[in-house]
Ligand binder design. Structure first.
Ligand code: HEM
Length: 539
């Protein structure tokens, strides 16, 4: 048995993901895909001016391949930019997690990061107002760990079942497919006015956080609460953070608009150029750690992704640092074909019952089977783990492995090389044996019903110019929507956060300026509450 740290070291030394071993660059003469040397500039015709012959296999192959060059873009986060790097922990974190890549400061774990906007299509401008993705793959000695996060700490909704509605409201309006990018939609604000749980994240998006200046200067957030488990089976709750060593920065709206007109690839160019000239961006990975006994001690629910844990209550413990030091060789093979998935986890890191997280666990693999048109996309160089893959899965479109032997099932006595089951006491994946005992039901209630406290906290944390920036953003975004009813309903939501904010937005939109609401009213959710749901089933 080779120790895992040695695996990580050996593999890193030999090849990075999509390193030279995979680069197709053989020979100097042009060939067909089946290897015949060809003259690829003229089609085969009858005489100099006659019709083209169906026989022309060179023409047919070349055009056929071109016709099939596009794959569906991601249903969200379609526009992205990727870079390779490596991660090193600052010390041994085996006290909190069994994850080996967090234990030896001497081991560099290769990483691949994809930054993205969420709503725009693949060709949309970089600088629009949006939440942005910050997805990181760690190619660890125990398999791939994907931290699929965003640059904004909370999320719009509490439950995955609302995600299709959220995205349908934010994507181009279906009748005329306008607007193509950004958040200036009637439909978005109609949705937000009905889903008051969104207001905390809406305020983040309307602040400078929605107008990133450079991907080198963004924070990243895992958003959900996860669990670490150590070798003794002890668990802690964690929230993941990336902190950029380049500092934080954002554009102002005028800049963002002008740049979108002059250079729609602004963020791509910025990251690519910095790495090309050796100015490698660095990000510290940290976690906020909560002991199991403190799970219920907050005035919000740890399983509610519309809430953050304020860093003033639980500071971020820095675990290590990632450096991005290599650009991709080929955008399609790497940035486009990478398939991040929340369910790519390693021993020592596992999930909680956050209902948004649980739904995401279904979504990524499902959508990628559609996007990649095969169940074998993890065999692609950018997706393949560094460690050997050994199981009884077989066949399917684009299977590229040659499996020896007649047996593809477990257990069997016919063949020696059948994969053995992992031992989760030593190196297998560790599930946390959470005890669950409750009735099946829909609807949450409790602390999930407080939609406003953290929105108020966020708004009050802004400086006066930052608040002005947010007010201007709300005026602009809602100003793009001609529906007066949407304006009024959003002003009502803003009013539960802060009367001054609501009055300033109302004034610009020409709708009645609201009176302040009482403290209690401020906390109450306007949207669906547990009382609206049928009584739970007893089983
Ligand atoms: C991408 C679904 C919430 C971060 C995607 C994709 C889907 C999806 C279908 C496209 C994946 C692909 O084609 O490869 C969902 C669902 C959610 C949800 C159903 C909620 C129920 C979130 C949240 C975050 C997030 C809360 C941040 C914490 C990302 C990122 C990507 C992505 C960063 C782009 C990954 C890449 O660069 O390839 N999501 N998502 N998503 N999602 Fe989510």
């Amino acid at each position: 048995i080779i120790p895992l740290t040695v695996v990580a070291q050996c593999c890193l030394a030999q090849k990075d993901p999509v390193g030279d071993a995979y680069v197709v660059d053989a020979g100097t003469t042009e060939t067909t895909n089946f290897g015949a040397k060809i003259n690829n500039t003229d089609s085969l015709t009858v005489g100099r001016r006659g019709p083209t012959l169906l026989e022309d296999f060179q023409l047919r192959e070349k055009i056929m391949h071109f016709d099939h060059e596009r794959i569906p873009e991601r249903v969200v986060h379609a526009r992205g930019v990727g870079a390779h790097g490596y991660f090193q922990p600052y010390q041994d974190w085996s006290n909190i997690t069994a994850a080996k890549f967090l234990q030896d400061p001497g081991v560099k774990t290769p990483t691949f990061v994809r930054f993205s906007t969420v709503l725009g299509s693949r060709g949309s401008p970089d600088t629009v107002r949006d939440v942005r993705g910050f997805a990181t793959r760690f190619y660890t000695g125990e398999g791939n760990f994907d931290l699929v996060g965003n640059v904004i700490a909370p999320f719009f909704i509490q439950d995955a079942i609302k995600f299709p509605d959220l995205i349908h409201a934010g994507k181009p309006e279906p009748d005329k497919e306008v607007p193509q990018a950004g958040t200036a939609h009637c439909t978005s604000y109609d949705f937000f006015a009905e889903h008051t749980e969104s207001i905390h994240t809406v305020l983040w998006a309307l602040s400078g956080r929605g107008l990133v200046k450079s991907f080198r200067q963004v924070e990243g957030f895992g958003v959900h609460t996860f669990r670490f488990i150590n070798e003794e089976g002890k668990t802690v709750f964690v929230k993941f953070h990336w902190k950029p060593l380049q500092g934080l920065s954002n554009l102002v709206w005028d800049e963002a608009q002008k740049i979108a007109g002059k250079d729609i690839d602004y963020h791509r160019n910025d990251l690519y150029t910095a790495i090309e000239k050796g100015d490698y961006p660095e990000y510290e990975l940290g976690v906020q750690i909560v002991k199991p006994e403190d799970e219920d001690s907050f005035d919000f629910d740890l399983l509610d992704s519309t809430k953050i844990i304020p860093e003033s209550i639980v500071p971020v413990t820095k675990l290590g640092k990632m450096t991005l030091n290599r650009n991709v060789e080929n955008y399609f093979s790497e940035t486009e074909q990478v398939t991040f998935h929340l369910g790519h986890v390693v021993r020592g890191i596992t999930f909680t019952d956050d209902p948004l997280l649980q739904g995401r666990l279904f979504s990524y693999l499902d959508t990628q089977i559609n996007r990649m048109n095969s169940a074998n996309f993890l065999q692609l160089p950018i997706n393949k783990p560094l460690v050997p893959v050994h199981n009884n899965q077989r066949d399917g479109y684009m299977q590229r492995n040659v499996y020896k032997g007649k047996v593809a099932y477990f257990p069997n006595k016919l063949q020696d090389n059948t994969p053995a089951m992992a031992n989760n006491k030593t190196d297998g994946y560790l599930e946390y044996p959470e005890h669950l005992n409750a009735n099946k039901q829909r609807g949450k209630g409790g602390k999930f019903s407080d939609h406003y406290s953290q929105a108020q906290l966020f708004y009050n944390s802004l400086t006066t110019p930052e608040q002005q920036q947010l007010v201007d953003a709300a005026r602009f975004e809602l100003g793009k929507c001609a529906d007066n009813d949407v304006h009024k309903r959003m002003v009502e939501v803003f009013n539960r956060v802060d009367n001054n904010l609501a009055v300033r937005v109302a004034y610009a939109l020409g709708v009645p300026e609201p009176k302040p609401v009482s403290k209690n009213e401020k906390k109450t959710s306007k949207g669906l509450s547990i009382e609206n749901y049928p009584k739970p089933n007893h089983i």
